[in-house]
Design a protein around this ligand. Structure first.
Ligand SMILES: O=c1ccn([C@@H]2O[C@H](COP(=O)(O)O)[C@@H](O)[C@H]2O)c(=O)[nH]1
Length: 279
């Protein structure tokens, strides 16, 4: 049976659970503020608490792989369990690992995150196109085959990204626009939404790019990096309806109490709804 495409699953999740992605970023400072040690046991407790509090209600959970990898194989084991439990509870899992390499190696990353038989199988993966959009082909094909998605870095939330992403290509477009145009081509004809998303920071003020890619727009930067839901209409313009706002520390700092995490996530989702409906 053909799997339901990620874009359709994401649209349904956003409509039924609310327009929010919560990042699972176990910073050492957050572990400390939750009264946990900066070790594998602390990581496991932090992650389990977050998944149990949120996976049955938020549309998307986005574990940041780096914070698990720093504990080696035991940290990755925590990540595997979190991915499986979050998916079992109904959340879509977006693995934030920002993979990007030559095509043959990209195939191995695709096998790791986008093959349903892999222990790290996720609903979607963040990837970097700055080795050339074509280098992502193995991930794009694997995602299409198994109903997963990819989120391609376009205009990242950090100020340093501009020197690469706003640089001008030979034909006069910005490099980010070149990538966005590739994404639009991948998503052409998909309904209700394509499965190739773009990462566009909510911090940008004005995206200054054509974001009509017929795919989801992951918007990190809300909360700790200074953006707010109220910024979304200005940054995303007419594409704001396809935005997946993402918050990590802004929610996680309300733990370890599960009710605190849920209230914070609910507040952000309400603020996004208000901002988008008023735009
Ligand atoms: O452009 C980007 C792409 C990814 N990120 C990631 O999102 C979270 C943001 O965490 P906050 O605590 O909400 O600031 C983090 O995992 C980043 O690696 C991003 O910030 N910007």
């Amino acid at each position: 049976m053909t799997p339901e495409p990620f874009g359709a699953r994401l649209r349904h999740a956003l409509d039924t659970r609310g327009p929010l992605c919560v990042g699972i970023d176990p910073h050492a400072s957050l572990l400390a503020s939750w009264g946990l040690d900066d070790d594998v046991a602390g990581l496991e407790r932090f992650t389990r608490t977050t998944v149990e509090a949120l996976a049955d209600r938020v549309a998307v959970l986005k574990p940041q792989s780096a914070f698990f990898e720093r504990f080696g194989s035991r940290g990755v084991a925590v990540l595997e369990k979190a991915v499986q439990e979050a998916r079992a509870a109904g959340a879509l899992v977006l693995m934030d690992a920002k993979r990007g390499d030559i095509g043959s190696t990209m195939g191995a990353y695709a096998a790791t995150y986008l093959d349903p038989d892999s222990p790290l199988f996720s609903d979607a993966l963040t990837v970097s196109p700055y080795l050339g959009f074509g280098s992502l082909r193995p991930a794009l094909d694997a995602a299409a085959a198994c109903g997963s998605g990819v989120f391609v870095l376009a205009l990242t939330s950090n100020p340093e990204g501009a020197e690469v992403q706003r640089a001008t290509a030979a034909d006069g477009r910005s490099l980010a626009q070149v990538m966005l145009d590739h994404m639009a081509a991948e998503n052409a004809g998909a309904t209700p939404l394509g499965s190739v998303g773009a990462v566009v920071g909510a911090t940008l003020g004005d995206a200054g790019a054509d974001l009509a890619i017929n795919g989801p727009l992951l918007a990190p930067g809300i909360g700790a990096q200074g953006a707010t839901p109220a910024d979304l209409p200005r940054v995303f313009g007419s594409a704001v309806g396809d935005v997946v706002p993402s918050v990590s520390r802004g929610v996680l700092r309300h733990g370890p109490d599960a009710a605190g995490l849920r209230e914070a996530a609910g507040r952000f989702a309400d603020e996004v709804r208000a901002a988008v409906s008023g735009s």
